[in-house]
Design a protein. Structure first.
Length: 756
């Protein structure tokens, strides 16, 4: 939201009061409390009337400074904030001189200038990260548009901003206006299903606006040298997070807001769905599954979308017996084929559902302010919305899911959660409906995920569309409704990069696009991109997404890249484990992996899948693709071709290939299994070593299918020889591949010397 009209003027009707002086500073052992006046205090008469702002500086965790700004402290109901399960009481240091006061937490400090001339400086060591200075912190009166509080943090020359949730607009957010409100807008606009009020700076720090929302961001768009964020109300809360690298910021952010649990290994295989509005029944689903097997196309999860329930009755959690007369017997047959089963759900109950009257009777739905049930026709006719702030409603909803799990379901696709009213309604626990709008998706996914953890244990996984900050605790998330075009494929990638930048470890998207019928080239290129993502799902709207309905070559492409992903699972699942331990996501922007290479700062058409694998999806009909390789010698994973980095490359690929490069000095654990993602990764492993310099060593990890690591160790090059040492765990029937040759197979043992 813009409050100014250019540099000097204000918008009509705006009265702005900017922090002008730190008039009084209280220095405590764990915090600084500042009385900020909005005009210089020259004499006693200047103390009359206001407004003033109370600014409290604390630290919720090491390396993080929290800034809480309040105008009126008692005129509003209790606020809702971003969940911070990792908040603790870190050791902080406070200090004071005649001119300044400082608070230090781990690597970060904030310095406050006393007296006239508002100035907050955030530092990491001797390096200035950002500042709040002249006319940065403001309290705004805007007539009927209400009162607002805003902060403006400075941008340095050449500084780029990233993140702010799953945004499909340009990857670099400078110059953009971002409204932090969850909406069901698809991938082709500025709206987002997954808003996260966090941004990452290319200078190696992050800012989390600790608000439930809505929050309005002006990223170099109102003041080109500042990021402004504002909210309507009497207060504003934000945290500045130290680096110095983007990975360090991700670690600190997720230590504070929570880290993702490890999804089960089977969930990394291929998911296939019935699609949305297609005609299907048990015979259709079984035909698709059997045809995949006949064509030797590995499949791990089969998903039943909306119409597994009877039309007009979503959600009643009852199989439509017209198409599925014996659902439990059907699911047993599908399980016997080695499949896991996913069912589509949402948090809405249609008026025609038998559960509607029950929910109204017991007060399980969001209500209007007059005490009656809120209803809308926007999705299902007459539907109501489950109120997850009501413990009884949450238990009721979970009870129906528990029954489905007992009947053979393994997981749920938690669709929707964005179309939540924020005016004229009330919640069971009295929460502000405006602030609950974004948090609703979080509560919805949490209710489902917690039940799955209770019933399924470590096999808990959802496929969620909407969420909010800290939602990485309930994986996995997918990118929403995209079109079947190359442009929309690129939109989806930008959304994924923006989301993973915000601490989300796992992300997926609809292979082939959701809306429309994908042309063969789009479908096959999206298969490559989809299988080189953490999670992979074939899904569409009005047409089936099975490959043989596109063309026969699509079957070949799907077979090859699904099998490739299965062979990469010892490496990929180790990166998944790493993500749950550190908060560094599996899919990483080039900036996150190479923050000191300025050429990586704007790259949004390629990414790294873990530290060792660079992926550049193809977005053209003719297979031509431009991509950048950082310094070093990179090796094409499929054909062994080597390319020098530090420059751009242009290649042309057929549909059985794409730019897929192993990083110099890396080791990728390669498995023998091609038909499923979950197997014993420690048996038959090949440690593939890429361009390890003489005298250098590289770490490697081999995942265990139940989580953790089967083995960890190092590979060191000594002249033409390689020394492999397993420091933890064990491998069986393993070998090393380097310089185009393989070592003898070692049945057991913790060390292998091989080479000249």
């Amino acid at each position: 939201m813009k409050f100014t009209d250019g540099q000097w003027m204000l918008q009509p009707g705006v009265a702005a009061h900017y922090a002008a002086e730190a008039y009084a500073v209280e220095v405590h052992a764990d915090r600084l409390v500042v009385l900020a006046t909005t005009r210089p205090i020259k004499h006693r008469g200047d103390t009359l009337q206001g407004p003033t702002l109370t600014v409290t500086l604390t630290s919720p965790s090491s390396g993080v400074v929290r800034v809480s700004v309040e105008h009126y402290t008692a005129s509003q109901p209790p606020r809702l904030h971003v969940p911070m399960p990792g908040a603790d009481h870190p050791a902080v240091r406070t200090a004071e001189t005649d001119t300044h006061a400082t608070l230090t937490s781990g690597a970060i400090s904030v310095e406050l200038k006393k007296g006239e001339g508002w100035n907050l400086v955030f530092r990491e060591g001797g390096r200035v990260l950002t500042k709040s200075d002249w006319r940065s912190l403001g309290y705004i009166h805007w007539g009927a548009k209400g009162n607002h509080v805003h902060e403006q943090l400075t941008l340095a020359v050449g500084e780029n901003i990233y993140g702010l949730g799953e945004r499909f607009t340009p990857w670099v957010k400078n110059g953009q206006i971002v409204e932090n409100t969850n909406k069901d807008g698809g991938t082709a606009c500025e709206q987002a299903y997954k808003n996260v009020p966090f941004y990452l700076s290319s200078r190696g720090y992050g800012v989390l606006v600790n608000e439930a929302g809505p929050v309005s961001f002006e990223v170099g768009s109102e003041k080109v040298a500042r990021v402004q964020f504002s909210r309507e109300g009497e207060s504003l809360d934000y945290c500045v997070i130290a680096g110095p690298t983007p990975k360090d910021v991700a670690r600190r952010l997720t230590a504070l807001t929570g880290r993702a649990p490890l999804p089960p290994a089977w969930s990394f295989g291929l998911w296939m769905t019935t699609s949305f509005t297609t005609q299907y029944d048990e015979a259709t689903a079984t035909h698709f599954i059997d045809e995949m097997a006949r064509r030797e196309l590995p499949l791990s999860v089969f998903h039943f979308d909306c119409f597994w329930m009877r039309e007009f009755q979503w959600c009643d959690f009852e199989w439509d017996r017209r198409g599925f007369p014996e659902p439990e017997a059907m699911l047993k047959r599908l399980h016997a084929k080695g499949l896991k089963i996913s069912l589509w759900i949402n948090p809405y109950v249609a008026q025609k559902s038998p559960l509607f009257a029950e929910g109204v009777k017991h007060g399980y739905f969001i209500k209007r302010t007059n005490g009656l049930t809120f209803q809308t026709d926007l999705w299902q006719p007459g539907m109501a919305i489950v109120d997850f702030t009501n413990p009884a409603a949450k238990a009721w909803y979970q009870g129906h899911l528990r029954r489905l799990l007992a009947g053979g379901a393994d997981c749920f696709k938690t669709d929707f959660g964005e179309r939540i009213p924020s005016e004229g309604v009330c919640y069971f626990d009295g929460s502000d409906p405006v602030e609950m709008h974004n948090l609703y998706a979080l509560q919805y996914n949490q209710a489902v995920f917690e039940l799955l953890e209770e019933v399924q244990g470590k096999d808990a996984v959802v496929f969620a569309r909407s969420t909010y900050a800290s939602g990485q605790r309930f994986p996995v998330h997918w990118g929403g409704d995209c079109w079947s075009t190359f442009e929309s494929m690129a939109e989806s990638l930008r959304g994924g990069l923006s989301l993973t930048t915000c601490g989300f470890a796992f992300w997926s998207h609809d292979i082939g696009g959701f809306e429309g019928n994908p042309p063969p080239a789009v479908y096959k290129r999206w298969i490559q991109f989809g299988l080189m993502s953490s999670h992979s799902r074939l899904h569409g709207s009005s047409s089936y997404r099975v490959p043989w309905l596109v063309d026969e070559e699509s079957c070949d492409v799907l077979r090859m890249f699904t099998r490739l992903k299965h062979q990469l699972m010892p490496y990929l699942y180790a990166k998944a484990v790493e993500a749950t331990e550190t908060g560094v996501p599996m899919m990483r922007s080039m900036l996150m992996e190479h923050p000191h290479d300025p050429a990586c700062a704007p790259l949004d058409r390629q990414y790294q899948l873990g530290s060792a694998l660079l992926v550049a999806p193809v977005f053209t009909e003719d297979g031509e693709v431009d991509f950048y390789l950082p310094e070093g010698t990179w090796t094409h994973l499929l054909n062994g071709e080597k390319k020098q980095g530090g420059c751009w490359h242009r290649e042309r690929h057929d549909f059985l290939s794409m730019p897929l490069y192993a990083a110099p000095g890396s080791v990728i654990a390669w498995g023998p299994e091609t038909e499923k993602p979950d197997y014993d990764y420690a048996r038959g492993t090949v440690l593939r070593v890429f361009e390890l310099a003489d005298g250098a060593s590289a770490d490697f990890e081999v995942a265990a299918p139940a989580g953790g690591y089967a083995a960890r160790g190092t590979v060191k090059r000594e002249g033409g020889s390689y020394v492999v040492r397993i420091a933890e765990g064990a491998l069986r029937d393993w070998c090393v591949e380097a310089d185009g040759r393989r070592s003898p197979v070692l049945a057991e043992g913790l060390e292998l010397r091989w080479g000249a």
